[in-house]
Design a protein around this ligand. Structure first.
Ligand code: TGC
Ligand code: FAD
Length: 397
């Protein structure tokens, strides 16, 4: 028998290849040495340093599953291990990376022309060109199919569409150089994706105000996209996809990444709570860790984190073999987000009053994990996606 390792309770490291373990180690070292020291101040000041994406780019962490175009071409499991390492520090840092990699580089690679790939992917892989993904609107979040943003033939510029509408809660929008905006083409009523180059937009046609004073994900920058007859060249429309399938296909990879990332956040909560419980003494000099109720919280969390990684690995392997149904991703996104949030909240109790101090880090993870359970399809929405697949009956409306 081997000794039980509370950091890897089910021996998941045996499921990874040598290459995947090496990539995970590179990502973990960068995150612990370079990201962790700046997260407390970044979170306090609601400050996102966009240099982080350049640093990640230098290490080959952006668009890592893409083959060619200066991207690393790693497995989905390796990409999962990267997101786990980043979110062990903070969900906001993972968010900035996910949007760049899965939600902008991913669709350009999958649905773009060769010119688009050459124009954007190498610069995005280096973190020199920053992207954002605009699907959610003020009146349409869980139901993006009802979006109001439209693209129509530009009244005065030949060869251009004119985009009008508003997107909200968009990660990275205030700093993005290229904005992937989903809009309904007026002529067909079909949803299409448009790559908007910020520096090509005439004044007043594109605004991206930041949304400030968030009570979660404060180390990530979030904003709106406001389009007022914004001219976009016809060749900037993603050619090879139409309908809701477009944004949802991108979301498959991003949701997969979140399923890995939130386990990293939960693992950090476990490590912090374990250390605190071993040091803090109450009642006759006993450490909190001696008490059964405290041990149960740690046991529940360690079990859910270990299950989360094992199952995400299984889905990652199927993904690379082309054998996944989107509902599998809904299942791991929902389960891992829900369990991470519930367990992080329970572990927070171990810190007593100190949980309220941001120095202990646990409250930051709890606030962030509420957001992860909400974006890219709130957990109840994923329950309905799974329920529809189980019963064959649509329960959204
Ligand atoms: P529905 O009829 O289910 O589907 C419409 C069309 O889309 C296709 N489709 C998918 N294709 C690929 N992958 C998937 N996962 C797909 N899901 C659906 C489907 O086959 C169909 O195709 P076709 O050819 O028949 O037209 O559409 P619905 O309107 O009934 O959808 C309902 C529902 C609930 C499934 C959907 O609207 C939903 O998932 N809502 C959640 C919204 C969401 O996830 N928003 C994410 C915004 S982006 C974001 O949050 C980024 S945060 C990033 C960060 O900071 O990390
Ligand atoms: P609503 O759709 O109004 O839902 C509110 C509640 O009602 C939820 O609990 C939901 O589950 C429930 N509900 C809705 N419909 C049903 C139903 N039929 N049955 C049962 N329950 C239902 N979007 C982007 O496009 N790009 C981004 O980069 C991005 N980044 C984000 C970053 C942050 C920090 C946040 C907070 C959000 C971000 N989002 C982004 C938006 C996010 O995807 C949406 O917030 C999410 O999809 C939910 O939409 P909503 O907020 O409009 O909630």
């Amino acid at each position: 028998p081997v000794a039980f390792d509370w950091r890897d309770p089910l021996g998941s490291n045996n499921l990874f290849t040598e290459d995947e373990l090496a990539i995970a180690e590179t990502a973990e070292s960068y995150c612990q040495e370079r990201l962790l020291p700046r997260v407390l101040e970044a979170y306090r000041n609601e400050d996102y340093d966009k240099k982080i994406l350049e640093e990640m780019g230098e290490l080959g962490l952006l668009g890592a599953t893409i083959k060619g175009y200066d991207c690393a071409g790693v497995s989905s499991v390796a990409a999962g291990l990267i997101t786990r390492a980043v979110e062990r520090v903070d969900s906001g840092y993972r968010s900035g990376m996910s949007v760049q990699s899965s939600l902008v580089m991913g669709p350009i690679d999958e649905f773009g022309t060769e010119e688009m790939k050459q124009k954007y992917l190498p610069g995005m892989a280096r973190g020199k060109i920053l992207g954002c993904f605009g699907l959610t609107e003020p009146n349409h979040g869980s139901d993006p199919g009802s979006m109001e943003t439209t693209a129509k033939e530009h009244p005065s510029k030949k060869g251009y569409y004119s985009l009008s509408g508003a997107k909200t809660w968009i990660t990275n929008s205030p700093i993005a150089d290229v904005l992937l905006v989903w809009a309904k083409l007026q002529s067909t009523g079909k949803i299409r994706g448009f790559l908007i180059d910020r520096d090509q937009c005439p004044p007043g046609t594109l605004e991206t105000p930041a949304i400030k004073d968030k009570n979660g994900l404060r180390a990530s920058i979030t904003g709106m996209i406001q389009l007022d007859e914004c001219p976009v060249p016809e060749e900037n429309m993603l050619p090879n996809i139409e309908g809701l399938k477009g944004p949802f296909s991108c979301l498959n990879s991003a949701r997969f990444g979140i399923a890995w990332g939130v386990v990293g956040a939960l693992e950090d909560c476990i490590a912090r709570a374990r250390e605190y419980a071993l040091e803090r003494k109450q009642f006759k000099g006993n450490p909190l860790a001696k008490y059964q109720l405290v041990q149960k919280k740690l046991a529940d969390a360690a079990t859910d984190a270990a299950y989360g990684i094992a199952v995400a690995t299984q889905v990652g392997r199927l993904k690379d073999e082309g054998k996944i149904a989107p509902e599998m991703i809904s299942m791991i996104k929902r389960q891992n987000c829900d369990r991470a949030l519930v367990n992080a909240r329970a572990l927070q109790e171990i810190f007593g009053g100190n949980a309220v101090s941001d120095e202990y880090g646990i409250g930051r993870h709890v606030a962030n994990l509420f957001v992860t359970q909400t974006y890219e399809g709130q957990s109840d929405i994923h329950a309905l996606i799974i329920g529809r697949a189980v019963t064959g009956i649509q329960a959204f409306c």
